[in-house]
Design a protein around this ligand. Structure first.
Ligand code: ADP
Ligand code: MG
Length: 718
């Protein structure tokens, strides 16, 4: 029975029109122009409504794609996929095939479009494949547009695909993402049906818009630092006297060189179909941000991977290195990737938009409370979805949301859940106007709620912003987890409402049933809602009192991927079977260990071959000076103190380096045991080395310091 009236809100799924760029994506007008209308209609049914693809159209699509790609100078095509490395992968095949009778012909068949066969054993598989079991398949994802990637003069047609093993098990991030989107669709449709608002709606999908933060550092300086070059972050470096304390960089005017880089990146991204929209300076010196208009989650995730690729590759031609690491510079803000997430119908209705009637819009309240329930019930899993060695430096470091999963609702929605809990009626505050005091200034509208940048999961008007995702992460995994826990919660809520309402309820009985279910959910789960300062110590205490988990490191967070509950959850919604899930758990543990060990080895080598020799040179200069001064019969007690201090620090550094080497050698055992040993021994040993190196940096002559400093990299050039 219809209880609410809804007006569609616009959702952009196509990039901003741009006059001067030839589109390099096979979608929209390009597709319509090149495909017979019945074929493009069938293809659109798949992309828009999630219906399965008719394989009979593959040959026609392949031929049209090939002709279009050849016109753009493409010589090769590739299946473009996202293995568990967290990166993208591609294997190129030439269109040109030799003919028996001599000569060659440009070929691209429907079967080559639909399926490819890369070696599955050379990618991380977490035990799903043995090395001798090599077969793996890529399969076309028609819901994400193919595109032409240009690198210099070379153009390649890229076809987004999933990547599965010979057994059909997922070896990538896209397969479970697509499955999780289906799960959201199924369960959200049940809620719409209950409310009688499913008319004309064929499909509900998750929408995603990912803001990307990054640093731009001059490439010549990066080349002089092994740590930045190899690990993407500095493992040593004393803090600059001026960091972000003056708050003068955030939204500051964008330097000309940086702007030229941004414009160039945006041009390329537009052409690739990525709807980039916003650019600005971020909080830290040399930190910037780019945000696109949101899209359907699957396409948004692919576009996010392309965004990272373009940001990195365009930087090179501008003399920059784009650093996407979560924490490239200690004591300077790190980078995140805010995943703005919502759910929308194919008719363009954002189901998390409360509009003006939030307090009477029970359907919105149902979706909202289901989200609250999901985040509270599955906090451990949500925490695990953003865990990485890189993100460990950021979460909870008084600049990024803490590792405690909580939800910011703002005043209006807090008022709404208050009324749901108390059963009293409430009123939605109307959007007010602000009088700015000066007669020449217009009154401006005031939002019904403030913002909170310290919350890991914040409601921002008509969507949630999952702020704890790391800047270098592949968004597909956090989005998959979010979709799956939401599907579970929608399922639970729909079932409870149906049970409470009974068959064919009157409108009044249905409303009573909904209110009673929502009241129980709010009572049980509102402990996860917190609007205060998430960075403060007080919240850590309060969260502990509320029983909310606070898993500070990846090693503590990942085991929830292997729990009985998580296995049951992913199996029930057919997102990942137990083997597929376990594989991800293993791969992520291994990745954690490998990343930290690579950093530790880099640090060991820089410490031994750069910092120690520099310190010893300084020591010898100082010793010469002390010797000469004493020989000249002049008192130099001060210099002797300084010399002793330096010698003492050199001794400490040598010892710390030896310890670090021992801890690296000590990493062994199962994936979990290795990761635990890295966390317990290698990470603290690295901290000791760093503290010695950073001290030495401040004590020795600048011309002896063997690498660019934080000041050189962050402050010296514009
Ligand atoms: P805000 O100022 O609240 O951050 P913006 O509208 O600038 O809002 O949005 C920030 C990001 O959120 C953008 O990438 C935007 O496209 C995305 N976004 C907006 N609405 C939605 C939605 N319904 N679903 C997913 N992402 C959204
Ligand atoms: Mg930001």
């Amino acid at each position: 029975m219809p209880m609410t009236t809804r007006k569609p809100t616009t959702m952009t799924t196509t990039p901003r029109a741009s006059q001067h760029f030839a589109s390099l994506t096979f979608s929209g007008d390009v597709m319509l122009k090149r495909l017979p209308s019945n074929v493009s209609m069938l293809l659109q049914r798949t992309t828009k409504q999630g219906l399965s693809l008719d394989p009979a159209i593959a040959n026609t699509v392949a031929t049209a794609m090939k002709e279009w790609a050849l016109e753009h100078g493409a010589t090769h095509y590739c299946h473009w996929f996202q293995p568990l490395t967290g990166q993208t992968a591609e294997k190129h095949d030439a269109f040109l095939s030799p003919l028996n009778e001599g000569g060659a012909i440009e070929k691209f068949s429907g079967s080559a479009l639909i399926q490819g066969e890369p070696d599955a054993s050379s990618f991380p598989h977490g035990g799903i494949r043995d090395t001798y079991e090599a077969r793996g398949y890529t399969a076309w994802d028609p819901t994400s547009p193919a595109f032409i990637l240009k690198s210099g003069d070379v153009a390649t047609l890229c076809i987004p695909t999933v990547f599965v093993s010979w057994t059909g098990e997922a070896l990538d991030t896209k397969t479970p993402l697509l499955r999780s989107i289906s799960a959201v669709n199924t369960q959200a449709m049940r809620i719409l049906k209950l409310f009688g608002t499913d008319n004309g709606v064929q499909h509900v999908s998750a929408t995603l818009g990912c803001e990307q933060e990054y640093f731009l550092i001059d490439s010549d300086l990066v080349a002089e630092r092994d740590d930045l070059t190899i690990c993407g972050r500095t493992v040593m470096g004393s803090p600059p006297p001026k960091g972000q304390q003056l708050e003068d960089h955030y939204f500051g005017s964008i330097p000309q060189r940086v702007l030229a880089y941004m414009a160039d990146s945006e041009d390329q991204l537009f052409a690739l179909g990525v709807p980039v929209k916003t650019r600005h300076n971020e909080v830290a010196p040399r930190q910037y941000e780019l945000a696109p208009t949101f899209e359907l989650a699957n396409v948004a995730c692919d576009h996010q991977m392309l965004t990272m690729h373009v940001l990195r590759s365009v930087a090179q031609s501008h003399g920059f290195t784009a650093i996407l690491h979560e924490k490239p510079f200690a004591r300077v803000n790190g980078s995140g990737k805010h995943n703005n997430w919502s759910i929308s119908t194919d008719t363009g209705i954002n189901l998390l938009d409360p509009r003006d009637d939030a307090h009477t819009n029970l359907e919105f309240a149902t979706f909202l409370t289901a989200v609250i329930r999901a985040v509270d019930s599955h906090a451990l899993l949500l925490r695990a979805s953003i865990a990485s060695a890189h993100n460990d430096h950021r979460l909870g470091a008084n600049e990024a949301p803490p590792a405690i999963m909580s939800i910011y609702l703002g005043d209006m929605l807090t008022g709404l859940i208050d009324t749901l809990e108390s059963g009293k009626s409430g009123k939605t505050p109307k959007s007010a106007e602000m009088d700015l005091g000066a007669t020449t200034l217009p009154n401006i509208p005031k939002h019904s709620s403030d913002r909170n940048r310290t919350s890991p999961f914040a409601f921002t008007g008509n969507k949630f912003e999952f702020r704890a995702v790391g800047s270098s992460a592949n968004c597909a995994w956090p989005a998959t987890v979010l979709n799956t826990i939401i599907a579970e919660s929608f399922d639970w809520v729909a079932t409870e409402i149906a049970k409470a309402a009974g068959k064919g309820p009157t409108a009044a009985k249905f409303e009573t049933a909904v209110r009673s279910v929502l009241r129980d959910v709010v009572k049980k789960h509102r402990r996860v809602c917190f609007d205060g300062d998430g960075y403060g110590e007080a919240w850590h205490k309060e969260a502990a009192k509320r029983g909310l988990p606070n898993l500070r490191s990846t090693v503590e967070a990942l085991p929830s991927l292997d729990s009985k509950e998580t296995k049951a959850l992913f199996a029930k919604y057919e997102v990942l079977n137990a083997r597929e899930l376990h594989a991800r758990y293993e791969v992520q543990l291994e990745q954690y260990t490998k990343l930290v060990v690579i950093e530790a080895k880099t640090m060991l080598s820089m410490g031994r071959t750069q910092v120690l020799p520099a310190a010893i040179r300084a020591q010898s200069e100082l010793a010469d000076a002390v010797g000469g001064t004493i020989a000249a019969g002049v008192d130099c007690a001060d210099s002797m103190v300084a010399l002793k201090a330096l010698v003492g620090e050199v001794t400490l550094l040598r010892k710390a380096l030896a310890e670090l080497e021992t801890t690296i050698k000590g990493v062994s055992g199962s994936a979990l045991a290795s990761a635990q040993s890295v966390r317990a021994t290698v990470v603290p040993a690295m901290e000791r080395v760093r503290s010695s190196c950073d001290f030495i940096e401040t004590q020795i002559p600048a011309d002896l310091w063997p690498m660019p400093t934080y000041v050189d990299m962050l402050l010296m050039r514009s």
